[in-house]
Design a protein around this ligand. Structure first.
Ligand code: ATP
Ligand code: MG
Length: 601
């Protein structure tokens, strides 16, 4: 392709809308253009990158038993009602774009495709003889993200490869899951990314079967906790660890003490000269289930620890049935306005005790009349601890479970693991922290959707049983931008060769020099013929401008038809290192071919 014929516009200045390097660079180098919040146009250079990533993804998927298909983006609401996800996906923080057609039928724009694929499986898979089966697609997804940002990293319209597998049993699912682990590792390695596979939250479905593929970069929205021995890596949402040991209590007898102005743990510990490991804090949350039921939740946890809200959500989802709901709609820390709706009297905020009376909750048919009290493991073994007294400006010290306070029944792990914590598999290892961009997620779903939607098959014994499912997603557009986030310098993008829009750019320093022009044209033809994707910068611009642009757009190799032409040579510059060497005209094609092959193998 000739630059003179392209829509080629680069910017010298960083666009104000962009915060992270990859977003700035893709905008500056003319790869993408913002059309609206979280909505981007993929310009020709970007589209080539996306096609390359898609092709790598496709090849790795096709090397397994997966088959490509294309599912509809417009999805009838009924399917989502069957799975029980319509409300969670369209209300509150739900991310599905919902619409009505001319006949007032409700539809959603596909954020993901479990419902569609399960419907197909339900109708088409009858017998174990048809299993296992794995279908995937590469397609635009729509999600009304709460905070779209960072360009293609979190768009409201983005490209995803999503695959869904169906199995007769868990063993078969595990095999495909393993194959996907390999396929995903291959995809990322081939795309030139440095990554880590980590244990991930599987929501309330539980099980050990979910891993995320994290591209390691400072700009990553996710925190990964790992140990240096390579034995453990998990998303912080999922991570577990051993908490620090609690210090011995300085209190030996139970007493209510005046503790004025100590509505935070820090102030309280300073006032009492006590360690936060000897304090039990009581954190109030408000859960709303899909049937509209509000439940006030008191999380009782050692005060030096923090609540992991993902773990908490999972616990609350598991308890849905107790409150007549199917799923949790949202979880918040109730602010003053929220408290007005249910508080029968003003709450002793900052001084709440584990046994705060249920009479703080006004009678209301949509509000559960009792607090749901969840105790984290860290609070269970404490002796002579400090906690609230349910009276402002007072705490109790030297308290014990089974004496002054009853230990609530629900003991759970809702604690956030933190860097520096000791690892469970080996307490000599401590958790380290890294930032990651989640580019892929593989998931053993089990029978969640097949049960909900009645997708069954007949097994070898002639019984009708639900299909066992897995799902596997990779963000194609996010992956492409993460490659930039991992690979750039002050001059611009440095594409990994395998996903660069072009391999080579020929910069003609002076287009009015006939010899330069002729050599460049000839190389351009030869390179393209040899299958080396080549750009020709034939614009009537100064050499300096051309070199700057070539660096900015990040093409791996630049050929300059300059001074060395007299000796029958051209200068070839490697983008990543800026290393330049003169190569004889006839050696250019075989040399580049060799370099490119080596780089993508
Ligand atoms: P996140 O936690 O980042 O929102 P997710 O858990 O919602 O991701 P999945 O539903 O597992 O993501 O989707 C599979 C893949 O699609 C993700 O691993 C990610 O690479 C990509 N992806 C998800 N949401 C977006 C988005 N808004 N923009 C671009 N890519 C996305
Ligand atoms: Mg998401």
């Amino acid at each position: 392709m000739r630059l003179s014929q392209m829509l080629f516009v680069t910017l010298r200045e960083d666009p104000a809308e962009a915060e992270i390097p990859s977003h700035k660079l893709l905008l500056r180098a003319g790869y993408i253009r913002r059309i609206g919040s979280g909505i981007y146009a993929y310009l020709p250079l970007m589209w080539r990158v996306l096609q390359k990533v898609s092709q790598i993804v496709r090849e790795e998927m096709n090397a397994t038993l997966a088959q490509e298909c294309l599912l509809p983006q417009l999805q009838p609401a009924e399917l989502w009602r069957e799975s029980g996800r319509w409300d969670t996906y369209t209300q509150a923080e739900g991310i599905m774009f919902a619409l009505k057609d001319r006949q007032e039928r409700e539809l959603g724009l596909g954020p993901t495709h479990e419902e569609v694929i399960t419907t197909i499986a339900k109708e088409m898979i009858r017998s174990y003889r048809q299993l296992p089966l794995h279908l995937y697609q590469i397609q635009t997804k729509f999600r009304d993200e709460i905070r779209p940002r960072f360009g293609l990293m979190r768009g409201r319209e983005f490209i995803m490869k999503d695959g869904y597998s169906f199995h007769a049993d868990e063993e078969s699912l595990k095999k495909t899951y393993q194959d996907m682990h390999q396929a995903y590792s291959n995809m990322l390695r081939r795309s030139g990314l440095s990554f880590r596979a980590v244990q991930a939250d599987s929501g309330a479905i539980g099980g050990s079967g979910s891993q995320e593929f994290m591209v390691l970069a400072e700009a990553g929205e996710d925190e990964v906790l790992y140990t240096e021995d390579g034995q453990y890596a998990a998303n912080v949402e999922k991570a577990v660890s051993l908490p620090a040991d609690a210090e011995n209590s300085i209190f030996t007898s139970y007493e209510k003490r005046e503790t004025p102005g100590t509505d935070t743990i820090e102030k309280l510990c300073k006032f009492l000269k006590s360690s936060p490991t000897q304090v039990v804090k009581n954190v109030l949350y408000q859960a709303v289930y899909d049937n509209g039921m509000t439940v006030l939740v008191l999380v009782i946890i050692r005060a030096d620890q923090e609540v992991n809200e993902v773990k908490l959500q999972n616990e609350l989802t598991k308890l849905s049935g107790n409150y007549g709901g199917k799923t949790l709609l949202f979880l918040t820390v109730p602010d003053a306005e929220a408290q007005q709706k249910w508080a029968a009297k003003s709450l002793p905020l900052g001084y709440i005790a584990p046994d705060i009376g249920d009479d703080y909750i006004a009678s209301h048919k949509q509000v559960n009349s009792k607090f749901l009290r969840l105790v984290d493991h860290t609070a269970v073994d404490l002796k002579n601890f400090v906690t609230g007294s349910n009276e402002s400006s007072y705490h109790v010290v030297g308290a014990n479970w089974g004496e002054q306070l009853k230990l609530p029944e629900n003991v759970v792990d809702v604690r956030k693991a933190r860097p520096g914590d000791r690892a469970i598999h080996n307490p000599a290892q401590t958790l380290q922290s890294a930032r990651g961009i989640e580019v892929g997620h593989i998931f053993q779903l089990g029978t969640k959707y097949s049960k909900a939607m009645g997708a069954t098959y007949t097994n070898e014994q002639g019984e009708e049983v639900p299909l066992v499912m897995g799902c596997y997603g990779v963000g194609v557009s996010r992956l492409a931008q993460s490659a930039v986030e991992q690979s750039y310098d002050k001059d611009g993008i440095i594409w990994p060769v395998a996903i660069a829009p072009y391999h080579v750019i020929i910069s003609i320093p002076n287009v009015s020099d006939a010899a330069q022009l002729q050599a460049a044209e000839q190389l351009y033809d030869q390179l393209n013929e040899a299958g080396i994707e080549t750009l020709l910068d034939d614009r009537n611009e100064r050499a300096g401008v051309k070199f700057k642009d070539a660096d900015l757009i990040g093409i791996p190799y630049r050929i300059v038809t300059g001074k060395s032409l007299k000796a029958g040579k051209v200068e070839v510059v490697e983008r990543a290192t800026h290393k330049a060497q003169d190569i004889a005209l006839e050696e250019v094609v075989p040399t580049l071919k060799q370099w490119i092959d080596a780089a993508v193998s």
